[in-house]
Design a protein around this ligand. Structure first.
Ligand code: PAF
Length: 281
């Protein structure tokens, strides 16, 4: 695997690979890699001539400075894991390589409703930061395919919107969430859980499974509130438990039994904020 730190060098390498006819698959990450990321690499490897992974902990998407400071960095292990998967290129820029003009006066993306709800509501500015970095990374890598995990359901919708807004010539592939054997969605933030918190964290996916089992056409507020109260009683601080239209993320209070739905949860377990979601049909 080649490690490239400068955008110009990456662009040159990509131009050369393209000239040999290779299609390019791209997996953007913030490192602290786990099997969920590696599944994205495997999917890209299966479909592309060249797989590029980026590791960059993007400061502009952290609305909570403590979360940024505590974000796990495991770069040596990440490099080993990427090499084992046969990743071709690791793009490992620093802040100056991504934001050469600094982090003030960055472009604003018109994300509309998507930015006002759920993660957008509880993490103000987060999706602007995600768009700022992903737009730059896509311009640098110019991939044919972009691989994103369904675990960040709303982020996938935001990136889809970014691709439309900027008319970027890339196809996004959303890969289903990879879970631990007890159902916990894999996440870099899981590394920050104590043993006791790790055991408890499974209640989030268990609650999503409960919604999937119990949901019936008609009003949904009783079920939604019951789940929110349950998580609170179990010691979580939920930001939200939501049941929404799977395509628009508009909340659904009265279900006709046909509309495609997704259930989404974000909840703190002490200091660590966990998110997960599940398609309900
Ligand atoms: O999902 C992530 O890890 C990040 O939000 C991303 C897409 C790499 C942008 O920094």
């Amino acid at each position: 695997m080649i490690i490239i730190k400068q955008t110009k060098a990456l662009k040159n390498y990509i131009i050369h690979s393209r000239s040999t006819g290779a299609t390019i698959g791209f997996v953007p990450t913030m490192g602290a890699l786990h099997n969920g990321h590696l599944e994205l690499i495997r999917r890209s490897k299966a479909n592309s001539g060249l797989t590029v992974c980026s590791i960059f902990v993007n400061p502009t998407q952290f609305n909570d400075p403590k979360d940024f400071e505590k974000y796990p960095i495991t770069i040596e292990n990440d490099i080993d894991l990427l090499e084992q998967q046969g990743c071709d290129v690791l793009f490992l820029p620093d802040v100056a390589a991504i934001y050469p003009q600094g982090m003030q006066h960055l472009p604003h993306y018109e994300l509309g409703f998507l930015e006002t709800i759920l993660e957008g509501k509880y993490r103000p500015g987060h999706f602007q930061g995600v768009c700022q970095v992903v737009h730059r990374l896509l311009n640098a890598v110019q991939p044919d395919h972009l691989y994103m995990g369904q675990k960040d359901y709303q982020q996938c919708m935001v990136i889809k919107k970014l691709i439309e807004l900027e008319k970027l010539p890339v196809a996004m592939i959303v890969v289903p969430t990879v879970r631990e054997t007890d159902g916990l969605a894999m996440s870099s933030r899981n590394m920050r859980l104590s043993a006791a918190e790790r055991k408890k964290a499974v209640q989030i996916s268990a609650t999503l499974q409960f919604i999937k089992r119990e949901i019936k056409p008609g009003e949904l507020e009783t079920l939604r509130q019951r789940c929110q109260h349950y998580l609170t009683a179990e010691g979580f601080r939920p930001d939200y438990v939501a049941i929404a239209d799977a395509d628009t993320l508009h909340a659904v209070d009265d279900w006709d039994g046909k509309q495609q739905l997704v259930a989404l949860i974000a909840a703190y377990l002490n200091e660590v904020r966990l998110i997960d979601n599940m398609l309900l049909q």
